[in-house]
Design a protein around this ligand. Structure first.
Ligand SMILES: [Zn+2]
Ligand SMILES: [Zn+2]
Length: 335
């Protein structure tokens, strides 16, 4: 297929209301994933083994990657229907991540991330400038919103979903077109839309799909709006939409940085089988995943956390701001 590493999730038509996830791994993913899934010797590593040695790191980095139980919760046992109840995931240690790092580390010219809006973003949509500033803080990389493309100009097949009667766009067509839309200085380009998506005729819908090796992906926020499911508008819908959209953008871009699903802590990089699981997943990375992202993106851990704290305070994400404030106090104390 030549699509590189492909990921997405949604519902197939033939399985009723049970969520089925698409996780197709092609290209460079095969070797590392095959090794991690099938050929790793011995039992599942512990969180400490997944982190590996911190010798040689600065004091602030060691504090940042410490398994501090006042900040990080070990992963909970999955409930029936949760991602890990349905998927035997191997996890990915920092050592295993280092093996893909050469392929996923941004090249010096790839200084930025970009968000490309497709179609209209009405008053139910998350604010793109807010999402932009969240991605910029999360990855500590310049992030910009590209001029939007009207749907007529998006070369993708569409259909009307027979259950919802909503228009849907074919993700694979969008993924073929996106690499040509990616600015040369861009590490990853994520197209976002309020249109519903489907990856294949056999599927009812998909939340999104990414071509990881090409650094492009497309994600729909349509189903993050409670109104999509016929629920009456409620106070807090806007914040819920923003939280869900921010999580999906950073989680999926995390995959673009070569990070696999986290099985060690409650973490943004946990797999998710349904919206309830997405909602309960934290917005922060666990120490293991943070260390991977730091290796790829090269940011200072304290300055990144301070940037995120500023964002959470500005957007009144109270729980996240409180968490990040404790975190910043801890790291600033050792600097
Ligand atoms: Zn994922
Ligand atoms: Zn993690």
């Amino acid at each position: 297929m030549g699509l590189g590493l492909l990921s997405g999730w949604g519902l197939r038509d033939d399985v009723g209301m049970r969520a089925v996830f698409l996780w197709v791994l092609i290209g460079f993913g095969v070797a590392s994933v095959g090794k991690a899934q099938g050929l790793r010797n011995g039992p599942m590593p512990t969180a400490a083994e997944a982190m590996g040695s911190l010798v040689g790191l600065s004091e602030v980095q060691r504090a940042a990657f410490e398994a501090d139980p006042t900040l990080f919760e070990r992963i909970r046992k999955p409930e029936p229907g949760d991602w890990l109840a349905a998927h035997a995931e191997p996890g990915q240690t920092v050592e295993e991540y280092r093996k893909v790092l050469a392929q996923v580390k941004p090249r010096p010219a790839q200084k930025s991330l970009a968000i490309l809006p497709l179609g209209t973003f009405g008053d139910k949509a998350p604010d793109l400038e807010t999402l932009r500033s969240y991605c910029a803080a999360f990855f500590a990389m310049e992030t910009r919103v590209l001029p939007g493309v009207v749907l007529d100009k998006v070369p993708a097949k569409s259909r009307v979903n027979r259950n919802t009667q909503n228009r849907q766009l074919l993700t694979t067509d969008i993924l073929k077109w996106l690499p040509g839309m990616k600015p040369a200085d861009c590490y990853a380009l994520i197209a976002v839309t309020m249109e519903d998506l489907y990856p294949d005729e056999a599927w009812n819908f998909v939340f999104g799909q990414a071509m990881l090796q090409g650094g492009v992906g497309v994600f729909s926020f349509a189903r993050y709006d409670p109104a999509f499911y016929g629920e009456a508008a409620a106070e807090g819908d806007g914040e819920l939409m923003l939280r869900r959209s921010g999580k999906v953008l950073t989680h999926e871009m995390g995959h673009m940085f070569g990070m696999r699903h986290c099985v060690f802590y409650e973490c943004l990089m946990n797999g998710s089988n349904h919206l309830g699981e997405t909602d309960s997943r934290p917005m922060h990375l666990c120490p293991v995943c943070l260390r991977k992202l730091q290796l790829a993106a090269g940011f200072g851990v304290l300055s990144r956390d301070m940037g995120l704290l500023k964002f959470y305070e500005k957007e009144s994400f109270k729980a996240e701001a409180d968490w990040m404030r404790r975190r910043v106090m801890k790291l600033a104390g050792v600097e």
